[in-house]
Design a protein around this ligand. Structure first.
Ligand code: PLP
Length: 406
C-alpha cells in the first residue's frame, strides 16, 4: 500500500489517535493547506488531472511509493481535504469518495467476503439498507437488522461470522440515539469492526473514533460542502481498519474529482460557524414547534424531552440543524396545503446546505426490526441559515393553511 500523500507534512502526526492540540474551530481553518507551497496563496488550487509523469525510471518503478501516481488515486487537492478531515476525526487515514453513499458501500465492502454476516441498524439511511438487500445479498453476505436502542444487547445478535456492526446515530429520519460505547464493546469482544455513519453530527460535534468506532463515514455532500453544490464522501479509519479500507477504495476505484474536493475544503473552513448557527436555530424552531397544538412529538436528541437526550448529552458536543416532527393526524390535502405554500422551506432530499428544507416520510414502509407506531404524518426539517423568526413565520402560516384545509 502507498503511504498517505500529504500536502501539509508538518505536524501530520497530531491527527493520529484522539488528541487534537487545538479546538476544532481553529483546526478546520489551518489543516489541509500550506501557503508556503502555494506561492503564498491562502488556499491550495484544484489540481485537475489524470496522468502523472515520473521524472526517472527509478521513480516510475517505485510507483507504489510515490505520493501521487494517477488521478484515480488522488491529487494534492483531494489529499489536502483528506488531511484536514483526518485531523478533525482523529484517524489514521481518511479517503474521499465520489458521494456519501459510495463511502458507505466502499467501507462495508472493505471488510466482508461471501459467507460473512453484518449487523445493520434498522434506522439507517435507506440507500444503505438497499445496498445490503441487493448487492451484498447477491455476494453472499447476510444482513440482520437490529433495533437502534439495542445497546449492549447487540451481543445476542453476534454470530461467529459477523464481521461488521454498522451504526448511525442519530438514525436517519427518526433520530434514535445509539449507545455507541456499549455496541463497540460487544462488537470488539467478538472481533467485528464497528462502522458509523456520522453525517448528522460531523466530526465537529462527534468523533466516532475517540469512542472506539473503527471507521467513521461522512456524506461530505451535506455539512462539509455545505452549499448544496457538490457530491462528496469520506471514510476515516483507525489503524486497525486503515489498510483494508485503503485497498477497497483503490480497488473499487472511487476517488472524487479535484473540483469537488476543493468545494469540500472551502466548505470545511466555515463548518464551525455554520453548524453553530444551524444548531441554535434548529433548537429554537423545535422548541416553538413543541408548543404548537398541531404537533404530536418532536424527534430531536438535543431536546431534554427526547428519549435519546441523555445519550446525546454524554457523547456529543453539539447538534446539527436536522430533526423531525410528528403531527397529529391530518388529511393529505391539509398536509399538502401546508407544504405547498411554504415560502422559505424547499421540498427536497439531501440537506446540510444553507437552505431550509422539509420532506414527509413514513418509516412503516421499510422498517423490519422495529415497529413504527406513530399515527400522524411525519416530516423531517432542515433548518438553514435563514433568520429564525422568518422561518417560524413561514411555518406558522403553514399551520394556518393546514387547519383551514381540514
Ligand atoms: C445523504 C446521506 C448519505 C449519502 O450521501 P450522498 O453524498 O448523498 O451519497 C449517507 N448517509 C446519510 C446519513 C445521509 O444523510
Amino acid at each position: 500500500m502507498s503511504k498517505a500523500p500529504s500536502l501539509t507534512d508538518k505536524g501530520a502526526g497530531t491527527a493520529k489517535g484522539t488528541g487534537m492540540s487545538r479546538h476544532p474551530a481553529t483546526e478546520i481553518l489551518h489543516s489541509g493547506r500550506d501557503p508556503a507551497r502555494q506561492h503564498g496563496f491562502v488556499n491550495p488550487p484544484a489540481y485537475r488531472g489524470s496522468t502523472v509523469v515520473f521524472p526517472t525510471l527509478d521513480a516510475l518503478e517505485d510507483y507504489d511509493n510515490q505520493p501521487f501516481r494517477y488521478g484515480r488515486h488522488g491529487t494534492p487537492t483531494t489529499a489536502a481535504l483528506e488531511d484536514a478531515l483526518c485531523r478533525l476525526d482523529g484517524g489514521e487515514r481518511t479517503l474521499l469518495t465520489a458521494s456519501g453513499y459510495q463511502a458507505v458501500t466502499t467501507a462495508i465492502l472493505a471488510f466482508v467476503k461471501s459467507g460473512d454476516h453484518i449487523l445493520m441498524v434498522d434506522s439507517v439511511y435507506q440507500p444503505t439498507r438497499k445496498f445490503c438487500d441487493t448487492i451484498l445479498a447477491r455476494l453472499g453476505v447476510a444482513t440482520t437488522y437490529y433495533d437502534p436502542l439495542i445497546g449492549g444487547g447487540i451481543a445476542g445478535l453476534m454470530q461467529a461470522n459477523t464481521r461488521v456492526v454498522f451504526t448511525e446515530s442519530p438514525g436517519s429520519l427518526t433520530f434514535e440515539m445509539q449507545d455507541i460505547g456499549a455496541i463497540v464493546a460487544a462488537a470488539h469482544a467478538r472481533g467485528a469492526f464497528v462502522l458509523m455513519d456520522n453525517t448528522w453530527a460531523t466530526p465537529y460535534y462527534f468523533r466516532p473514533l475517540a469512542h472506539g468506532v473503527d471507521v467513521s463515514i461522512l456524506a461530505c455532500t451535506k455539512y462539509i460542502v455545505g452549499h448544496a453544490d457538490a457530491m462528496l464522501g469520506a471514510i476515516t479509519s483507525n489503524a486497525r481498519a486503515a489498510k483494508l479500507v485503503e485497498e477497497a477504495r483503490a480497488t473499487l476505484g472511487g476517488c472524487p474529482g479535484s473540483e469537488e474536493a476543493y468545494l469540500g475544503l472551502r466548505g470545511l473552513r466555515t463548518l464551525g460557524v455554520r453548524l453553530d448557527r444551524h444548531q441554535r436555530s434548529a433548537l429554537e424552531v423545535a422548541r416553538w414547534l413543541a408548543s404548537r397544538p398541531e404537533v404530536e412529538r418532536l424527534l430531536h436528541p438535543a431536546l431534554p424531552s427526547d428519549p435519546g437526550h441523555a445519550l446525546w448529552k454524554s457523547q456529543f458536543m453539539g447538534a446539527s440543524g436536522l430533526f423531525s416532527m410528528i403531527l397529529k393526524p391530518a388529511p393529505r390535502k391539509a398536509q399538502a396545503a401546508m407544504l405547498d405554500g411554504l415560502e422559505l422551506f424547499g421540498m427536497g432530499y439531501s440537506w446540510g446546505g444553507y437552505e431550509s428544507l422539509i420532506i414527509p416520510f413514513n418509516p412503516k414502509r421499510y422498517r423490519t426490526a422495529t415497529d413504527w407506531t406513530a399515527e400522524g404524518p411525519a416530516f423531517r426539517l432542515h433548518i438553514g441559515l435563514d433568520d429564525v423568526g422568518d422561518l417560524i413565520t413561514d411555518l406558522e402560516a403553514g399551520f394556518k393553511r393546514l387547519n383551514a384545509a381540514r
